[in-house]
Design a protein around this ligand. Sequence first.
Ligand SMILES: Cc1ncc(COP(=O)(O)O)c(C=O)c1O
Length: 499
Amino acid sequence: MAQWTSAVGAAQLARQLQAQQPRPVGPGARRPPAYRALADGIRLLVLEGRVPVAARLPAERELALALSVSRTTVAAAYEALRTEGFLESRRGAGSWTAVPAGNPLPARGLEPLPPESLGSMIDLGCASLPAPEPWLTRAVQGAIEELAPYAHTHGDYPAGLPALRQMIADRYTARGIPTMPEQIMVTTGAMGAIDAICHLFAGRGERIAVESPSYANILQLMREAGARLVPVAMEEGLGGWDMNRWRQVLRDAAPRLAYVVADFHNPTGALADDDRRRDLVDAARSAGTVLVVDETMNELCLDPDVRMPRRVCAFDPAGSTVITVGSASKAFWAGMRIGWVRAAPDVIRSLVAARAYADMGTPVLEQLALNWLMRTGGWAEAVQVRREQARENRDALVAAVRRELPDWEFSVPLGGLTLWVRTGGLSGSRLAVAGERVGVRVPSGPRFGVDGAFEGYVRLPFTVAGPVADEAAVRLAAAAQLVGSGAAAGAEAPRTFVA
Ligand SMILES: Cc1ncc(COP(=O)(O)O)c(C=O)c1O
């Protein structure tokens, strides 16, 4: 069987190569030979995640034609990429992109550190904010008052407390998506929801199409479940979903699941418009793929003028294609560990049955607290506080990074909690290592990619404001200085990722 999971056409690759900025050539230096420039261009597209790993490249003759170069040039470029580990080939199966073993870092998720262990370190590792008080305290007090009837039961509710299932269902119905409580399962965070979905649908070796980049811990969860990830490159900026690519991958790789974060995508902050949402559902339906839509960031629209698109599940009235995942973690507080799944009743029944062997259920007190918040209007007020805080943090961070690191590039998202930053050619993995030395913890781009893509990026969350945001940017600039000067010892990746 071929080792590739998607394909890139000659015209598309030529367009992407031609759109690259030409690399400056120093005074007196000679331009690299054409084959070398082509190999470097392809390598950069792979490392930046714009051409996925395991994507079949066009035949030499086709690419030569599309680029108006000789076939020998393409053959020499492919040979150089093979030698460097960026291309694998097999007779009859073609050539597909790869990342050399050990370079860059192996894929990993994010590991939150206990806040008490951080000392003076500024932690940009987690995209989660402290609880919007006094709402957490009030909700827990409200929950304690309502606990007595549940205290008389065994307390195991694998599908969730009936009252909270009804509440969550009613909230979808109020948004024009009729939902019954039988379509809702309460989970231990969105992570618990996606874990259950992967176990039900995507066993070992099964393919899952994912945005590239995507949320690091979900990618890691899927890898550990034994799935084969099929990356679909996000467009530059906030455009997000290139529907031609999605249609092609869903058709060619026929993955069992596709996982998307259509609302303020983590890490890029992109927001899918109505047309892309409809097209994603249509493409998934045609391919027989279950579309898992993670709405964890849904309520974090930071600009009041933005009109939120319709929920993706609104384009799937029969409920046969889309499974929706929600969470209280970003809109309210991650410490609650409450998420949910909305799906067809038979899917919910299967998820509930499987869940009995995982965590049995979600704690009753937290479910009561969330139900209290949603019932009393506290949720809406808390979300409003959360949005204002995140907006203030975003604006402070953006200003500080622009001031201290003017050659770092990013698009300012309209919502969510993350800034996806191109680090001016510096290795994100080295920046992460150097950051630890100068007192700032920052996750490198490859954690959000499949198989080592995004070496030239870091993710910055909207979790600090005021002088802390300023100091974070000062420390990031110090880390960049260390990396740029070659003084960042112990780094595991090349200083710059461009040859
Ligand atoms: C897109 C996305 N999904 C899921 C999660 C995890 O959510 P939870 O805390 O509800 O498990 C996060 C957290 O950063 C996220 O950004």
